[in-house]
Design a protein around this ligand. Structure first.
Ligand code: F6P
Length: 334
């Protein structure tokens, strides 16, 4: 879809928040304002478009947010947007506000909503372009090597686990830590390598408790280790359940920690601020170049924009060689 005359851009954040979303909002607003394009913040994701929940934004509105976690525009998951009826209300808001371009910051669900909206609005003859900016701590978006928020979340988890390690080491205990990631193990494996975990359980590799936990603890013990760190991706199972099995089947008394939403908060790292700033800039430029239904992604360190439908069909596989790295670096090299 071509729309060379974008005059008013809406920006929203949707789905689970991710550190760096604010930096992306700031980038969209500043890039647009500096090119004479008006900017409207849609609050609470797609539901803000349904309910007409918006705020006018200018350069000052986004001052001092680059370093803040969360999202100043709030976020939500919006089941109503899955229905034509819900989207019809959103279309009415777009028309009422004269929004002809949207930058949607979020994950796959956000982009699916964007695609459905642009298709439905096209039926009415109204020209609306949407560009997606990938932001999720899960890093599970097929079209982009990297998603905003991953680095901050990983570093938060690493910092927490380093603290757990101190006490586990002192007491010669086993720690079982559950990290987020939804159905993917990107976060867990990255964190597991970074903390030198005894074992990492990820959904991409079927969990065999004897092989992946019992054996790992046994070999670490034989190599002289007296404390153990088991990292469990939430998509691979429950840390509580793994802890119970360790207790029942190995006879040691582990301590279980579910890191939970702490991984979603906090000041974004430099990587997340810088990536978000570039992505927001590229998203506005794509709209101004008349491109619609695109998703910004990273490929080999550079930013690209991809057709949204094609982007949504792309699958990103966890590089299993990382698992080999984890195993090769264990005390026993298994
Ligand atoms: O997608 C981000 C994420 O934090 C996932 O890692 C997790 O499974 C999910 O969101 C949690 O969602 P909610 O905040 O709705 O509990």
């Amino acid at each position: 879809m071509s729309n060379a005359a974008v005059k008013r851009i809406g920006v929203l954040t949707s789905g689970g928040d991710a550190p760096g979303m604010n930096a992306a909002i700031r980038s969209v607003v500043r890039t647009a304002m500096n090119k004479g394009i008006e900017c409207i913040g849609i609050r609470r994701g797609w539901s803000g478009l349904i309910n007409g929940d918006f705020v006018r934004l200018n350069s000052d509105s986004v001052s001092h947010i680059i370093n803040k976690g969360g999202t100043i525009l709030y976020t939500a998951r919006c089941p109503e947007f899955l229905d034509r009826e819900g989207r019809a209300k959103a279309i009415a808001t777009c028309k009422m506000l004269g929004i002809d371009g949207i930058v949607a910051i979020g994950g796959d669900g956000t982009f699916r909503g964007a695609l459905a909206l642009t298709r439905q609005i096209a039926e009415t003859g109204y020209n609306l372009s949407v560009v997606g900016v990938p932001a999720t701590i899960d890093n599970d978006i097929g079209c982009s090597n990297y998603t905003i928020g991953f680095d901050t979340a990983a570093n938060t988890a690493i910092e927490c686990i380093d603290k757990l390690r101190d006490t586990m080491q002192s007491h010669e205990r086993c720690s079982v830590v559950e990290v987020m990631g939804r159905h993917a193990g990107f976060l867990a494996l990255y964190v597991g390598i970074s903390v030198g975990a005894t074992a990492v359980l990820i959904p991409e590799r079927e969990v065999d408790f004897d092989r992946d936990v019992v054996e790992k603890i046994r070999s670490a013990r034989l190599a002289g280790t007296t404390h153990f760190m088991i990292v469990v991706a939430e998509g691979a199972g429950s840390a509580v359940e793994i802890g119970r099995r360790i207790h029942d089947e190995i006879g040691i008394d582990p301590r279980v920690t579910v890191l939970g939403h702490i991984q979603r908060g906090g000041a974004p790292t430099g990587r997340d601020r810088e990536t978000a700033s570039r992505m927001g800039y590229e998203a506005v430029n794509a709209l101004l170049a008349g491109k619609g239904n695109r998703v910004i992604g990273t490929k080999e360190g550079s930013l690209v924009d991809l057709d949204m439908e094609e982007a949504l069909a792309m699958v990103k596989n966890l590089e299993m060689y990382r698992y080999d790295v984890l195993e090769a670096l264990s005390p026993s090299g298994t």
